[in-house]
Design a protein around this ligand. Structure first.
Ligand code: HGY
Ligand code: MN
Ligand code: MN
Length: 423
């Protein structure tokens, strides 16, 4: 009889992810924006699971749900783990959530066995990472590292609601003092480990369930506004037009050309225009305005910053030639982060002990770990992403078997950290 492999962790993770996906702003596909009703009910569900698993739970001033699996000694050091539970629009069920659910099912088993750790394990369900509702990402982790930009509190969402108002409506203090108090004490930290679906095809192509992340691509985001002259679509001769959308379209192709240059492929340079629009546009009016987003990333900051500088210069040349005005505003800048060699080696030893060949790979996606890296050593465990590695899409998927391997590697990581602690 075929040996039954115990996939209980993995099966549980998949079930919880399905259940958590039941909280959505949009009935047609998973969308959970910061502090919406669905966000709040999802956070409450996570808090309930943390309590059932034997953790003490607190909600901090930005809405992070933090479960502590306490050590016997109140003065014990702290190992942090976790990921985000907000999503992009029509996102996947595992992006972020896997990194919350895997530690919950592992802690539940430790608790059921009555096994305490010599350190406090803080499982953080970060409340905001994607930047869907307000124009900036990594709000939650920036509060934990004491680097929350208070100017963001006045940012408005599409309905004109400020972040501060959204916080107060969700029962959070919405004050600078309370947000500043979210900051953790770096000297007490043993480090941070994040389990995350790869969101790419590498592990899938290599036939591996998990891998060790070496570095996390840095990210610059910019809002580009082009102002031309709205005029009659029927009576304005083509050479006389100052068409803001046509100018923007030329700029978008410049992004594809510069970031698609094969000379930069090795540095994993990518450029994306994910949002574009013509405010007050109409079919019979030459577009007078156009706004678009720009997201540029690379494995190193210098490559990324050179691409942004080249693009801004090219946009200015296009605008001058077409007689339109240009305004650029940077909405986000997150430096590249490197993972801790010490923690990467520990994670690699856990993967090896699980009988899996160890692959080290870079992350093109941004993660809370890149912000946590500002105050402590970090490592990340990537888990194979199915469907060709697609993510930020409802087709994102993973198997219970791979989720199970990830949870067992995480459990081994906790036990090795406990041994290290005991030395
Ligand atoms: O954009 C990212 O890489 C992440 O999903 N926020
Ligand atoms: Mn994401
Ligand atoms: Mn994510």
């Amino acid at each position: 009889m075929e040996q039954q492999i115990d996939c209980s962790f993995g099966t549980e993770i998949i079930l919880l992810a399905e259940q958590l996906a039941g909280h959505s702003d949009d009935p047609s596909a998973l969308t959970v924006a910061y502090l919406t009703r669905a966000h709040q009910t999802a956070g409450a569900e996570i808090a309930g699971w943390m309590i059932e698993a034997g953790m003490q739970v607190r909600i901090d001033a930005v809405g992070n749900v933090i479960g502590r699996y306490a050590a016997a000694d109140p003065e014990a050091p702290v190992l942090m783990t976790g990921s985000h539970f907000d999503t992009v629009r029509h996102g996947g069920r595992f992006d972020g959530r896997l990194g919350i659910l895997a530690p919950i099912v592992v802690v539940r088993q430790l608790h059921q066995r009555g096994e305490q750790l010599p350190f406090h394990l803080d499982v953080v369900a970060f409340a905001e990472e994607e930047g869907l509702r307000f124009r900036s990402s990594f709000l939650a982790s920036s509060a934990l590292v004491g680097q929350f930009d208070f100017a963001r509190l006045e940012q408005k969402d599409a309905d004109g609601v400020t972040m501060r108002e959204a916080m107060c409506a969700a029962g959070l203090p919405g004050t600078e003092e309370a947000i500043a108090a979210c900051a953790v004490e770096p000297h007490r930290l043993l480090g941070y480990i994040e389990v995350h679906i790869e969101q790419g095809p590498v592990l899938l192509e290599r036939g591996l369930p998990v891998g060790v992340v070496t570095s996390i691509a840095g990210n610059v985001r910019q809002r580009t506004a082009v102002r031309g002259l709205a005029s009659h679509a029927g009576t304005t001769p083509m050479p006389m037009r100052r068409d803001a959308l046509a100018a923007a379209a030329e700029m978008v192709l410049a992004v594809e050309r510069r970031c698609g240059d094969p000379r930069y492929a090795a540095q994993a340079l990518v450029g994306t225009v994910g949002m574009a629009g013509v405010p007050q546009g109409a079919a019979n009016v030459v577009p007078g305005q156009c706004e678009f987003s720009l997201d540029v990333r690379a494995a190193d900051d210098a490559t990324r910053d050179a691409a942004v500088a080249d693009l801004d210069a090219e946009f200015a040349r296009i605008a001058a030639r077409r007689g339109v005005e240009l305004s650029l505003s940077q909405t986000m800048r997150v430096p590249c982060a490197t993972c801790s060699p010490r923690l990467m080696d520990r994670l690699a030893a856990c993967i090896d002990a699980a009988g899996v060949p160890v692959l080290r790979l870079a992350s093109g996606a941004g993660h809370d770990a890149m912000v946590m890296a500002r105050i402590t050593d970090v490592c990340m465990l990537f888990v194979r992403c199915g469907n060709g590695g697609i993510s930020h899409n409802p087709l994102e998927t993973m198997t219970a078997g791979d989720a199970d391997v990830a949870a067992r590697v995480l459990l081994d990581f906790l036990q090795r950290t406990a041994t290290e602690c005991g030395r």
